[in-house]
Write a protein that binds this ligand. Structure first.
Ligand SMILES: [Zn+2]
Length: 377
């Protein structure tokens, strides 16, 4: 996982959110800052401000000392919000009310920085997001973990679908999904390990049955940065052909939130239950969804170089293996065993190796700097 160094600043936001929402009919009712999340994101720090309604933001940098200021018009801070530690180049965040109904967030910076990206409005709740990166490499304060992406080995969990008594899809000439996806996974492991910069874990490395619900818990034991499930498809329409890549759907996200009690996510100082935790979980999950989509967008063109792509290649589904709210995850359908051409391709070891190499290059691309800046909400 890369979602380290996070901070919740929103203990007091709880009961107010719902009341303010129902009173939103009056334009002069200030939006409430429900929470602020600071995460390391490669060399950048991503600052997400969760609000209960849209708000106008004005931002600027100050020097001596270096600061980044976010002024939010017609907003107020949840009770008890004053300050918190940051992450990456953001040392800490301080808050205060300004005259004229403005809430000011002051980010104290470790070094000169620039704004790489800002975004207004999330899919489920109005929020602001800022990526702030140092203009030059800087030495992080000793309390901070080594900045992600610099000499740090990433952990990739590869999940070959099915196995053992569950053969998965069966091809027109009898090729079994569990066999071809295991080989593809082993090839991907080899391709990644040969690079010397990844730790690779397989949920199964032999023809073994692993229950669906065990796969994500197995993966999470290893604190993965990326989860790749490999499958082969089957469809009643024998013409259906090509690779597709799935990331979590909105319904899947809702399901994941309902299951969140089971995930045991480290939220730092955040409360274990309640609205504040829900907000934090939501922020986490959105970030994870962004990252999953980013990997999908990286791997699809790579796979397209070595295999046919199904139309609308990037798809959404609520697959069980995609539900962890804190692990970016994709499920790659490598082709259709119900299609003669795809079955021939999937049963060809060289074609599987080519796909594995394409996936490995996508992993390289995904983790390369500048990391994940294009991810949209
Ligand atoms: Zn499958």
């Amino acid at each position: 996982m890369d979602l380290t160094r996070r901070t919740l600043l929103s203990a007091g936001a709880t009961a107010l959110g719902g009341v303010a929402l129902s009173g939103r009919a009056w334009a002069d009712v200030p939006a409430v800052v429900r929470g602020v999340l600071v995460q390391e994101n490669g060399q950048a720090a991503r600052v997400t401000v969760a609000l209960d309604a849209q708000a106008q933001a004005r931002t600027f940098f100050l020097s001596d000392p270096h600061r980044f200021v976010i002024d939010l018009a017609n907003t107020r801070l949840g009770a008890g919000q004053t300050e918190s530690v940051g992450a990456g180049v953001v040392r800490r965040v301080r808050y205060g009310a300004q005259p004229g109904g403005v809430s000011r967030l002051v980010l104290d910076l470790e070094a000169p920085a620039r704004l790489l990206r800002q975004e207004l409005g999330g899919r489920r709740s109005p929020e602001l997001s800022f990526d702030i990166a140092p203009t030059a490499p800087f030495v992080a304060a000793p309390t901070q973990r080594a900045t992600a992406g610099r000499g740090q080995r990433r952990t990739i969990v590869i999940d070959p679908g099915h196995g053992g008594r569950d053969p998965g899809a069966i091809g027109v000439t009898g090729v079994r999904e569990k066999d071809v996806v295991l080989d593809a996974a082993l090839q991907l492991r080899q391709a990644l390990e040969s690079r010397g910069q990844y730790r690779v874990v397989l949920t199964r490395d032999a023809d073994r049955y692993i229950p669906l619900e065990d796969r994500v818990p197995i993966a999470r034991q290893h604190d993965p940065d990326l989860f790749i499930s490999i499958h082969a498809d089957s469809a009643p329409n024998r013409e259906a052909q090509g690779v597709s890549v799935y990331t979590i759907s909105e319904r899947g996200e809702a399901r994941a939130q309902n299951m969140a009690q089971n995930w045991d996510i480290d939220f730092g100082d955040a409360p274990r239950t309640g609205v504040a935790r829900d907000i934090l979980l939501d922020l986490y999950q959105r970030e994870t969804t962004n990252r999953s989509a980013q990997f999908a967008q990286t791997v699809i063109p790579r796979l397209g170089e070595v295999a046919p792509l199904l139309r609308n290649t990037h798809r959404n589904a609520g697959f069980m293996v995609l539900l962890a709210p804190d692990v970016p995850a994709v499920l790659i359908e490598t082709g259709f065993l119900s299609n003669v051409t795809d079955e021939r391709r999937l049963s060809d070891p060289r074609a599987r190796q080519a796909m594995a190499e394409a996936m490995a290059r996508a992993v390289d691309g995904y983790f390369a700097a500048p990391q994940l800046m294009a991810a949209g909400a």
